[in-house]
Design a protein around this ligand. Structure first.
Ligand code: NDP
Length: 476
């Protein structure tokens, strides 16, 4: 059933796209629908038509449906996690973990649906009452990337529905199977036709149609800075609400007083889990001069012991890069690093395995400086660089010297430095003795500068984007 889901019906695409397993390109998961502009408009019209009655549907009904979706996702986490790992290439434990997180997100927003509150207060004019309430914003366009094919859609779709909006969802072309499985579960939850629509297809056709439609009141997007900026300009022109989550160039500071094993494990997890394909990945390791050599030696040892193989093979610790295009981009950045004078301490080459996949050795550059392109541009692969810092102050300056500002970490046993870093890091999320990646679903997620634009995602913060306030004055 490789189709888009529009107005409560599964519809054939106008063309099809082959979905290949990046761990084994001879394994085709299926040919998935690619919809066109007309079908996208059908979905938008359906979402708009039902928008009025859905907003009146009541918080209890919405909470029940979201809870049902969350339970179904959780009960099928092995099956969905296996599909996700087969399609995207992250290892099975991460695939299942991501599905679990999606289930918890739906359950969290089931609760948020009934918790939404307003404020009632006196006016400054005696005798007049003031009420501030939150209302749905209408049709929300949701455009998502390939790297978290179930969790990112979940953390946008769940609050959109919880707060009474209708949805047109366009997943990344690389991960249609995960999007379709999630949609099947949502479709079976009892939502009225048109409230939730899945339109699979290209960014240029489906994505742009959603972004440009005057019927779409808000766009929530996660992906590259270039596409995010394009969407920002277009939505600004028509004054639509927009929320962008884009890249990162996240620093992990390792101070001389850090516990060495904690620091190395934070770097391994942050830089190489999910094959480094996370916007919160630790790509700049800023390391104190005294601990530098011990840290680098131990990190290389751990990197070289990582088992890189088929994502579904038991024991695999790092899967393949997502596709040939991303693989070429990673190799290109490795060349850039070498040409900039960085020293490649390990990795840098394609790995041959039993199956034909995009296997790249975890790669570490040392003796780098922060001005290099490999330390300024998001690489989105299993590549990290070490930058030596002489003291905490220098490490902090380097950490903040970036156009991005999503996540930043510090490994230290000094309360003084940890506290100072919490206050003075310019990132939206700060980690102390933890990897830069790995966040909770009940608290705000997002960054600053090029990393994010608009209200935060997840947790209670989500209501700021998915609702609009209305202030009412009553003279009884
Ligand atoms: P894109 O920004 O191109 O894609 C993200 C989503 O936007 C996809 O669904 C894509 O559709 C869609 N899209 C693309 N062009 C448009 C458009 N003009 N209008 C509306 N929607 C559009 O990222 P890529 O997947 O191509 O990845 C490129 C780079 O982006 C990566 O190398 C990485 O650096 C970064 N990235 C960052 C992520 C993050 O979490 N911050 C996640 C993924 C990537 P389609 O798939 O059909 O192209």
């Amino acid at each position: 059933m490789n189709k888009s889901y529009i107005d409560g019906a599964w519809v054939e695409g106008s063309s099809a796209v082959a979905d290949l397993n990046p761990s084994d390109t001879s394994d085709c998961i299926g040919d998935f629908a690619s919809s066109n502009k007309a079908q996208t408009n059908d979905a938008i019209n359906a979402a708009q038509k039902i928008s009025g009655s859905w907003r009146e549907s009541g918080i209890h009904q919405r909470a029940e449906m979201l809870d049902r979706i969350g339970s179904e996702i959780l009960s099928r986490k092995e099956e969905l996690g296996t599909l996700l790992s087969r399609e995207e290439g992250k290892v099975l434990a991460e695939g299942i973990g991501e599905v679990e997180r999606a289930g918890h997100i739906f359950k969290f927003f089931a609760g948020e649906a009934v918790r939404i509150a307003g404020v009632s207060m006196d006016s400054v004019r005696p005798g007049v009452d003031v009420e501030v309430v939150r209302e749905p914003i209408g049709v929300v366009g949701i455009i998502t990337p390939w790297n978290f094919p179930i969790a990112i859609p979940a953390w946008k779709i769940a609050p959109a529905l919880a707060f009474g909006n209708t949805v047109v969802f366009k997943p990344a072309t690389l991960v249609p199977a995960s999007a379709q499985s999630l949609t099947q579960i949502i479709a079976e939850s009892g939502l009225p036709a048109g409230v939730f629509n899945l339109v699979m297809g290209s960014g240029q056709e489906v994505g742009e149609t959603i972004v440009n439609s005057p019927l779409v009141n808000a766009i929530s997007f996660t992906g590259s800075v270039a596409t995010g900026r394009e969407i920002l300009v277009k939505t600004a022109e028509r004054q639509a609400r927009v929320q962008l989550e884009m890249g990162g160039k996240n620093p992990l500071i390792v101070l001389d007083d850090a516990d060495l094993e904690t620091a190395v494990e934070c770097a391994i997890n942050g830089a190489f889990y999910s094959t480094g394909q996370r916007c919160t990945a630790s790509s700049r390791l800023i390391v104190g001069a005294d601990i530098h050599d011990r840290f680098v030696e131990r990190l290389i040892e751990r990197m070289e012991s990582l088992i890189v193989d088929h994502a579904l093979k038991p024991g695999t610790q790092m899967g393949p890069v997502v596709d040939d295009r991303q693989f070429e981009e990673d190799l290109n950045y490795i060349e850039v690093g070498c040409s900039e004078g960085a020293e490649m301490a390990t990795g840098g080459a394609r790995l041959e395995r039993d199956t034909d996949g995009y296997y790249l050795a975890p790669t570490l550059f040392i003796e780098t400086n922060n001005a290099m392109r490999i330390n300024q541009e998001e690489m989105f692969g299993p590549i990290a660089s070490v930058i030596r810092a002489h003291d905490y102050e220098e490490a902090l300056t380097v950490a903040n010297d970036t156009d991005f500002g999503l996540s930043a970490g510090i490994c230290t046993t000094s309360l003084k430095h940890a506290s100072h870093f919490k206050r003075n890091s310019s990132a939206g999320m700060v980690m102390v003795n933890l990897p830069t990646a790995g966040v909770d679903y009940h608290v705000p997620f997002g960054g600053r500068r090029n990393s994010s634009f608009g209200p935060r995602e997840q947790g209670q913060a989500a209501e700021q984007f998915y609702t609009a306030t209305k202030t009412t004055y009553v003279n009884p």
